[in-house]
Design a protein around this ligand. Structure first.
Ligand SMILES: Cc1ncc(COP(=O)(O)O)c(C=O)c1O
Length: 379
């Protein structure tokens, strides 16, 4: 049977999403979903659209949503591409701007047209998309504390490619949580000769965003999503903003009806109630800081975050043991089985009650009384 499947696909290590448990009653802090529901306006709009119209195809270009997003970001609808989640935007960017390596002559990794460059650690989907396309991964380690490295120095050593066909930068970084200033991103973008995609999936929880770069530079795209900040994972809507020529290239290769109708309606209604979401951002940021302080006081190393999650190095037991012990207490967090991330857990910011439950579970696992003493008398 396996001979029927392309060798590239047989060899592929697919992306592993976080667990979506079938059983209710678990506290889900493992996939960076928003703990607050969509705005009542969004729920009403989706319910109102759930009628006999479901038999019709949706608008093929998400036209109205593109217009609304263009107005939001101060550009034209031709600067906006809407996708089935930002994951689809990323996948299409790889397909549109990068050549598969097979048959490109030259030594693997030397042909600029085949290179997908990204920092590590960052979103683990990037290497998978690269592999699926038969392109060449070019991972570049971040500096300490997930800071951006000096790419000019790395380029001199041949470790950074200013000519890579596609460079993806997660900003703020996931899973580190650190954000980058527009000025430092601009400095990198200006050096690159291929396309640069700034993946701003978590930017609503950060102090700064870099949308201006997508409108200033013809080779820069910014990716956003309705999933995280706008409580809409279920509907799968993401988008890119950038130069109309790049956007047209993505339109040329997407599925005809790539964004489902209810998703388009939900996203448009989201834009009708931005103050509702901005209130939620403020709550999530406040809870993130409280959770970080609480975990630090229990001995966790907590990286400063400008997202809706924190990366932590837990005390006393291995991160994987913590994963299991928290799960025993019905709390799901994320652990990545990769050499650079093994010692860490990524914990999504939940509601205040969920955060209390997390801190209480952590205290139990450490056998710490509310007083801060361990029940075994040492700590
Ligand atoms: C950095 C980053 N980019 C993009 C995505 C994809 O989001 P979606 O496809 O739901 O828009 C995620 C989801 O986890 C993410 O962490």
């Amino acid at each position: 049977m396996s001979s029927l499947i392309r060798p590239l696909v047989r060899a592929l290590a697919p992306y592993v999403p976080g667990e979506q448990p079938a059983s209710p009653g678990l506290i889900k802090l493992n996939t960076n979903e928003n703990p607050y529901p969509p705005s009542p306006k969004v729920l009403r709009a989706v319910r109102a659209a759930t009628d006999e119209r479901l038999r019709l195809y949706p608008n093929p270009t998400s036209r109205r949503l593109r217009e609304r997003l263009a107005a939001l970001h101060g550009c034209t609808p031709e600067h906006v591409f809407v996708g089935n989640g930002s994951d689809e935007c990323l996948a299409l960017a790889v397909r549109a701007f990068v050549e598969p390596a097979a048959g490109r002559g030259g030594r693997r990794g030397t042909d600029r047209r085949t290179l997908v460059q990204y920092f590590t650690p960052s979103y683990s989907l990037y290497p998978v998309l690269t592999d699926i396309h038969g392109a060449v991964r070019h991972p570049v380690p971040l500096a300490d504390g997930f800071a951006l490295p000096d790419v000019r120095a790395l380029a001199r050593q041949g470790r950074w490619r200013a000519d890579a066909a596609l460079t993806i930068i997660t900003t703020p970084n996931a899973p580190g949580g650190r954000s980058y200033t527009t000025a430092e991103l601009d400095a990198i973008c200006r050096r690159q000769r291929g396309v640069v995609l700034l993946d701003e999936a978590y930017v609503d929880f950060a102090r700064e965003h870099a949308m201006a770069l997508a409108l200033a530079h013809p080779h820069v795209l910014v990716a956003r999503t309705f999933s995280k900040a706008y409580s809409l994972c279920f509907q799968r809507v993401g988008y890119l903003v950038g130069n109309p020529e790049l956007i047209a290239a993505l339109d040329a290769i997407r599925d005809s009806y790539n964004v489902n109708g209810l998703g388009q309606i939900a996203a448009e209604a989201t834009l009708d109630d931005l103050p509702y979401y901005q209130r939620n951002f403020r709550r999530i940021i406040a809870t993130r800081e409280r959770m970080s302080d609480g975990l630090r006081s229990l001995g966790f190393e907590v990286f400063p975050s400008e997202t809706n999650f924190v990366l932590v190095r837990p005390p006393r037991f291995a991160a994987r043991t913590w994963l299991e012990r928290l799960r025993d207490r019905k709390i799901l967090v994320r652990w990545f089985d990769s050499p650079d991330l093994k010692p860490y857990l990524r914990i999504t910011v939940g509601t205040d009650e969920q955060t209390d439950a997390l801190l209480s579970a952590a205290r139990h696992i450490l056998r710490v009384r509310a007083s801060g003493r361990t029940t075994r008398g040492r700590r």
